[in-house]
Ligand binder design. Structure first.
Ligand code: DC
Length: 240
């Protein structure tokens, strides 16, 4: 397969969806680096706005005020030598949006229809020139239904909870495994049973079970599939 120049010329939109802890974020980030694509962490947009809602002291039942707040909010993603920084009204909130409190609150904030509409619009703006790997829950179904490639990552609840525990420990947050497991199970339920843009696999998505895969293996697997796709496109464009 001889696709490296084809890759650099490609302008694909690649969607990666899946439940919490399935390895989407790390895989998407590393794959974006390998392909020199933009990594679009859509959960980070919902999380950043949730942080603002929480800081402002707004809560459930105040949807009108929350939507008004969004109209005065600037959320931006910046790639800083390989790591993604999340800016909320120009303040770097990358670490502040990964706390158990935001995990909890984001599940209802992201269900406000106008919040979704506006943040989906922002996501599409990021994707308008292609060369983007977008990761979330509804990328292949709602945000970019015509994405060039769609992946759906899954892993057992146990494997996902272990990964989450390790991520939290890296931030010096120590929580018992059982509470992490039940929080993820609860989020799975909310994400897949919710009314708006529930977590579902797009019909044309490639499903990958990451339970027994190391991150490097996951990235390599997706990378190979992207190369195959680009190669296939190149050949069909050339009428081969
Ligand atoms: O992927 P994550 O854990 O950072 O996502 C945070 C929350 O945002 C999660 O509860 C689901 C929601 N989300 C969403 O509704 N749609 C997306 N495209 C991405 C995330």
């Amino acid at each position: 397969m001889k696709s490296n120049s084809a890759i650099s010329e490609s302008r694909l939109i690649i969607a990666i969806d899946g439940p919490a802890g399935s390895g989407k974020s790390t895989t998407a980030q590393l794959l974006a680096e390998k392909l020199n694509y933009l990594y679009l962490d859509t959960g980070a947009l919902y999380r950043a706005f949730t942080l603002k809602v929480v800081k402002t002291g707004l809560g459930k039942g105040q949807e009108g005020e929350i939507v008004a707040l969004l109209n005065h909010t600037e959320i931006d993603l910046k790639n800083d030598s390989g790591t993604l920084r999340v800016l909320l009204d120009k303040e770097d909130v990358t670490d502040k949006i990964r706390t158990p409190e935001i995990d909890r609150e984001v599940t209802w904030v992201c269900q406000i229809p106008e919040v979704r509409t506006q943040l989906v619009e922002l996501q599409r703006q990021y994707g308008r020139h292609g060369k983007v790997i977008a990761e979330g829950r509804d990328i292949g179904t709602v945000v970019f239904p015509n994405a060039d490639m769609k992946f759906y990552l899954i892993a057992t609840l146990k494997a996902r909870s272990k990964r989450r525990q390790r991520d939290l420990q890296r931030q010096s947050i120590d929580l018992p495994f059982e509470s992490i497991r039940s929080e993820i199970a609860q989020r799975d339920k909310l994400d897949s049973e919710r009314e708006l843009s529930p977590l579902v696999k797009a019909d044309d998505a490639i499903e990958i079970d990451t339970t027994n895969l190391a991150i490097e293996e996951q990235v390599e697997l997706l990378y190979t599939k992207v190369l195959e796709h680009v190669d296939h496109m190149r050949k069909s464009d050339a009428g081969l």
